[in-house]
Design a protein around this ligand. Structure first.
Ligand code: MG
Length: 307
């Protein structure tokens, strides 16, 4: 990947929708994924294989995935938290399993019924299962910048977790600010500390905008050398097991910031904004993405003429 190119992983259909009170039909989820793909996004988190009693919004994972088009060069990611979830995911056509290791016991137990160490062991097992099945596997370290229950998280703990999951050979390790507490200086410091512990495994970053630092953190991660960023169309999102967690950084706002800064994303922002407007109608409320409300800039001449 070229040095000034960022791969965007669209997580709206999973992280975006899992916290919505209303459960969208599979068909609408498929349309959301297709809209992002039509805008040029080639890697997408499309569902999670978790207990439907705990996360009813994701109960139709198999149905959603069965309805997705097969497109050369597109990677569908299924989120899994344990071996049972991995078995379900591997029975579908997802290309990649995304495992989650949680930095603190309090959050790990609430999020996935595991201690932090158990979540690390499960993530390693999931990556191995994915690879044995000819798919790819990656690990997200959740609550890497702070925990909703335990507060500040020691960066040494994150480094140790990253080194442990690296042993399983994931395609990538992500640092996730699950509850949106991180700041750019913390992002840069944590990345610098984690990188020497994981050899040549690439880092991804996942930010929520709970305290309005999300885009600044994404830029800090870019400056620190991260070339893969998660975001969700419209800025949908939250976490059902993390109080006050709000949406992911909006894909539209992230693409605007990167492309106007000379960073390639391969994404057509006008098409993305159209998708964001469609999603706004579906959700029937104002979504966090600001570029979708304000519009692209510079405007297309035709749009000016129409106005
Ligand atoms: Mg998240």
């Amino acid at each position: 990947m070229s040095q000034n190119r960022v791969e965007i992983v669209e997580v709206g259909a999973r992280d975006g929708l899992q916290n919505e009170p209303d459960i969208l039909p599979a068909e609408t989820k498929i349309t959301l994924i297709r809209r992002a793909m039509e805008a040029g996004i080639t890697r997408l988190e499309v569902a999670s294989f978790v207990n439907p009693k705990r996360v009813p919004q994701m109960a139709d994972a198999e149905e959603v995935i069965a309805g997705l088009p097969d497109v050369e060069g597109v990677t569908y990611i299924g989120l899994v938290l344990n071996e049972r979830g991995a078995e379900r995911a591997l029975a579908t056509k997802v290309h990649e399993l995304g495992a989650v290791a949680v930095a603190t016991d309090s959050f790990a137990i609430r999020n996935q019924g595991q201690s932090s160490n158990e979540s690390v062991a499960a993530a390693k097992a999931i990556v191995k299962m994915a690879k044995a099945a000819g798919r790819s596997g990656q690990v997200t370290i959740s609550a890497a910048f702070g925990c909703p229950f335990e507060g500040a998280v020691d960066s040494d703990r994150i480094v140790a977790m990253a080194a442990a999951v690296a042993e399983a050979g994931p395609r990538e390790i992500a640092l996730a600010d699950t509850i949106g507490v991180g700041t750019p200086s913390q992002v840069k410091a944590l990345i610098a500390k984690v990188r020497p512990a994981i050899g040549d495994i690439p880092l991804r970053a996942h930010f929520h905008n709970t305290r309005n630092t999300g885009l600044a953190n994404a830029w800090a991660a870019y400056e620190a050398g991260v070339r893969v960023l998660d975001s969700s169309l419209g800025g949908l999102g939250g976490c059902p097991f993390a109080p006050k967690a709000t949406g992911n950084i909006p894909t539209e706002d992230l693409v605007y910031m990167l492309s106007r800064s000379g960073v390639e994303t391969g994404v057509d922002l006008d098409a993305l904004i159209d998708g964001g407007r469609w999603l706004t109608e579906i959700m029937n409320r104002t979504l966090p993405a600001m570029v979708t409300r304000a519009g692209n800039f510079p405007h297309k001449p035709a749009a000016d003429a129409a106005a």
